[in-house]
Design a protein. Structure first.
Length: 456
């Protein structure tokens, strides 16, 4: 029997023999070094060797309330006993899905009052492609099919989500669906040259207008973007960017989809980053922090106008998943939202992020290898560079230095992720000031070790 009690090497060998890992290109490395995680509590993970690791990434940006919350296990067990499964297709529903949809309508800003459930962020973005095209079909403008997204954006890895995303390596893994266009990303440090961040933000936002005019305004259905590009490297846009995107979407009557899969549920110090950045979307994509990763659940929160047009059409909206609104996942998500609310976790994010983490995080900018630090709430990035003054990139293959730094973090029992030459964090939102000290100390030691290698 395969349990936690097997020696690590045996678990690693079985893993290598049978388990295909997502987004793991270097099979040899996975076979050699894969770490077996056995338990979690708060912001801490334990591996099969007994090491205690501080999780600077909340799993995959999702474990907002931290690991090991018994209330969530109880909610799952209760719901499994009462109604383990039923669907929400056709003419049935159940209380967990009703209660969660109503709660999300209460929490979401503006007139975002309707929820279409999925099991993941990718599925939710696939839903969004259908929702916006269906909306324009019913409105009598079926030629509006194009969705404009951004290079280096990430919206999941199904064919739909992967196509919306602007990662060429994902498009290379099996192609890309038609009708998706990409514009540049608002990544001032890497691409802004001599411009001020504000001017660069406007320049990049105005690419949306250029693209709309190129495609034809009557052919564009929607624009989709993450408030802060997450998997692209935690790229916080200049302050001018989102207001200009909003203005352009409004001007051309284009639907605005904001992908809050990472930024939702407290990450930026508000329930949604739309509030942090003052964005007024028609649809918000959610997943991850919705259940703090305790159950796979995602969805689209849809505004009154779009939901009413689709819902009141003569024909059905022929789209849905067996697990849309799964009762156990919904019950766990609802309990997770209760915890975020009653434990005051969003206030906690604001209190620990500024000034406590912010001061320490931005101080890392004094490190000789760090060119820029960004932080919004508990979502941060560090740009690695061989020359801060010229904003130079490392000459070696992009990502080499980030990869090395990540490996040092790993050895120092800190999970930080790298995206090319950027290091990123997104810890559980319950992280304490003492735990922030541990995170910063381990990150500093890891940066020092990687820097020593670069100089050697
Ligand atoms: N959208 C964003 C912004 C994401 O960061 C992710 C995952 O990282 C997704 C969508 C896809 O979510 P999932 O992995 O749950 O399909």
């Amino acid at each position: 029997k395969i349990t936690n009690h097997l020696p690590t090497a045996e678990l690693q060998a079985l893993d290598a023999a049978h388990h295909m890992h997502p987004f793991t290109s270097d099979g040899a490395l996975a076979k050699k070094g894969v770490r077996v995680i056995t338990s979690g509590q708060g912001v801490w993970l334990t591996d099969s060797e007994g090491s205690r690791i501080i999780d600077g990434m909340a799993g995959l940006w999702c474990v907002n309330v931290g690991y090991g919350r018994g209330e969530l296990a109880d909610a799952a067990a209760r719901q499994m006993r009462e109604l383990s499964y039923y669907n929400t297709f056709f003419m049935t529903t159940h209380v967990p899905a009703i209660a969660l949809a109503a709660k999300l309508a209460e929490l979401a800003p503006g007139d975002l009052n309707h929820v279409f459930f999925a099991s993941s962020g990718s599925e939710a973005n696939d839903t969004n492609i259908r929702l916006v095209r269906r909306y324009w079909d019913i409105k009598g403008q079926p030629e509006r099919r194009v969705i404009i997204a951004r290079k280096n954006g990430y919206h999941g890895s199904t064919m739909g989500g992967g196509s919306l995303g602007g990662m060429p390596y994902i498009h290379a893994a099996g192609g890309k669906i038609d009708g998706i266009e990409h514009i540049g990303q608002p990544h001032w440090w890497a691409e802004g040259g001599e411009m001020t961040p504000e001017d660069f933000g406007l320049l990049r936002a105005r690419e949306l207008e250029e693209k709309i005019l190129e495609v034809g305004a009557d052919k564009v259905a929607a624009f989709i973007g993450e408030p802060i590009q997450g998997a692209g490297g935690v790229i916080v846009p200049p302050s001018t960017y989102w207001p200009e995107i909003q203005r352009i979407c409004d001007k051309y009557g284009i639907l605005l989809i904001v992908d809050e899969v990472i930024t939702g549920f407290g990450r930026t110090g508000n329930w949604f980053a739309c509030e942090t950045f003052g964005i007024k979307p028609h649809i918000i994509t959610i997943a991850k922090g919705l259940s703090s990763g305790y159950q796979p659940i995602g969805g689209s929160i849809v505004c009154d106008e779009v939901a009413h047009v689709i819902g009141n059409a003569d024909d059905d909206f022929n789209h849905g998943y067996t697990y849309s609104g799964h009762p156990v996942a919904s019950a766990v998500a609802l309990e997770n939202l209760r915890i975020i609310e009653e434990d005051g976790i969003i206030d906690h994010v604001r209190n620990v992020a500024h000034p406590y983490l912010a001061e320490k995080w931005h101080k890392l900018g004094e490190h000789p290898m760090v060119g820029q630090t960004s932080l919004v709430g508990l979502m941060g990035s560090i740009q690695l560079t061989p020359n801060k003054a010229t904003r130079a990139k490392f000459a070696a293959k992009p990502g080499t230095i980030g990869f090395r730094t990540r490996e040092h973090c790993f050895r120092n029992n800190l999970i930080m992720r790298h995206v090319y030459d950027r290091m990123i964090i997104s810890p559980p939102l319950v992280i304490t000031t003492e735990e922030i000290d541990v995170l910063i100390d381990r990150a500093t030691r890891s940066l020092d070790a990687a820097y020593a290698e670069v100089r050697a």
